[in-house]
Design a protein around this ligand. Structure first.
Ligand code: UD1
Ligand code: UDP
Length: 369
């Protein structure tokens, strides 16, 4: 059996790593394709250095572009690779352009696709990720969901129940594996010693409109009068801040480059509160029980709100200031950990893929351990 994995952007790497490791335990032949959607050292290379994810066999080096240009470029460069490799299954992750582009190519070539993190829906088609999720799920043959809402969304959209497998959250597999390393992280700038708010923002809806971004800058400056703000700045956001003429206004906001996974996990663990618009960070804070204030009107990860430590703030900046105040006063949401977010989602995926392959072909993949 030959499995080809496609990754391209930061949140793909921590999802693919445990899945690749789980197939490795079974001795499955694997090929890793990096589309090059993310390419800066701190958005890509650092994850391959830190994690037990192998170096990609192919890097398509597509780089940045408009949605159409980037998606088309990924498809054009991926097609000959997948034809050359002729895998039994292509595994795609999450909801980025690389995910949908690869699924589309495989569907046309009649190569089976497995989607890890299937079924998530924000219901908001102004988000490019929502379009990617809808397309990818319709084109996939195996759909691995992290939570029950994912199953329901897929069934409502007419996906056959036999294709849907609730396995839990692979991102949490990585978190659990690397928690001991994160606990060992020491910073020499004293960041962990005093309370701080950890911030990440990169959604186009928050950072691409100058007025919205200006309001966010103003609000974070205001928050930083009560608590230090640590803000690893995504490259999209960095460019938009530069377009505004740089970060202005007094306050205690520490703008830094994005950091590696283990360091970022340590930053989350020690944070008093996390303010974000990231998808994955809503899940990681839920697992860690760290209060998370999400600067979005909706979320495709509702269990982080109904069960976890996440609160949707929307665009109401006054409310953001008030909610940060509540957390600082010790009234932050702690929540609980959703079922199946237990560190074994990837092993379940490997088991299901191997069993499905055996049913189809009669070939059994022997475990090497
Ligand atoms: C992408 C995903 C988003 C995900 C995010 C994770 C899509 C549609 N969006 O958003 O779902 O949450 O990644 O971080 O796939 N850039 C660099 N260096 C890099 C990468 C990007 O400078 O290594 C800059 C480029 O100017 C680029 C811009 O950031 O144009 C946006 O990059 P892109 O990958 O298109 O979208 P993201 O905002 O990163
Ligand atoms: N992350 C990281 N370094 C950072 C910021 C985030 O390693 O400086 C990790 C974070 O822990 C999570 C993932 O990146 O595992 C989330 O990716 P991102 O927010 O870029 O994408 P999204 O989840 O919103 O699609």
């Amino acid at each position: 059996m030959h499995i080809l994995h496609v990754v391209g952007a930061r949140p793909n790497f921590m999802k693919a790593a445990p899945v690749i490791a789980a197939f490795r335990e079974h001795g499955v032949r694997q090929t890793l394709v990096h589309t090059g959607q993310h390419y800066d050292a701190f958005m890509s290379d650092i994850f391959f250095q830190q994690r037990d994810i192998p170096e990609p066999d192919f890097n398509l080096a597509v780089g940045a572009g408009s949605h159409a240009a980037q998606t088309a470029e990924i498809m054009t460069r991926f097609e000959p690779v997948v034809i050359q490799c002729c895998p039994d299954l292509v595994v795609v992750y999450g909801d980025v352009n690389s995910t949908a582009a690869a699924a589309f190519v495989c569907a046309k070539l009649l190569i089976p696709v497995a989607h890890v993190e299937a079924g998530l829906r924000s219901g908001d088609r102004t988000m490019p990720e929502e379009v990617n999720r809808l397309v990818t799920d319709q084109l996939s043959d195996l759909l691995f969901t992290p939570s029950e809402d994912g199953d329901r969304n897929l069934l409502r959209e007419g996906v056959a129940s036999g294709k849907i497998h609730r396995v839990g959250n692979v991102m949490i597999d990585t978190l659990i594996k690397l928690l001991p390393a994160a606990r060992r992280v020491r910073r020499d700038d004293g960041v962990f010693l005093a309370p701080y708010a950890l911030v990440t923002l990169h959604r186009p809806s928050n950072v691409d409109d100058p007025d919205t971004l200006r309001t966010l800058v103003h609000t974070l400056n205001a928050i930083s009068r009560d608590v230090t703000v640590v803000f690893p700045v995504h490259p999209r956001t960095r460019k938009r801040i530069e377009d505004l003429g740089g970060w202005t206004g007094a306050g205690n906001v520490r703008l830094v480059d994005p950091v590696g996974y283990v360091e970022f996990l340590a930053l989350q663990m020690h944070a008093t509160v996390v303010v974000t618009d990231s998808g994955g960070i809503q899940e990681e804070t839920t697992y860690l029980g760290v209060p998370c204030l999400t600067v979005r009107e909706n979320t495709e990860r509702p269990v982080t709100v109904t069960i976890g430590s996440n609160l949707l703030i929307g665009r109401d900046m006054e409310r953001l200031v008030v909610e940060v105040g509540h957390v600082l006063a010790g009234r932050g949401k702690k929540g609980e950990i959703p079922v199946l977010w237990d560190g074994s989602a990837s092993r379940r995926i490997a088991g299901i893929v191997i069993a499905t392959h055996a049913e189809r072909t009669g070939q059994v993949v022997a475990a090497v351990r």
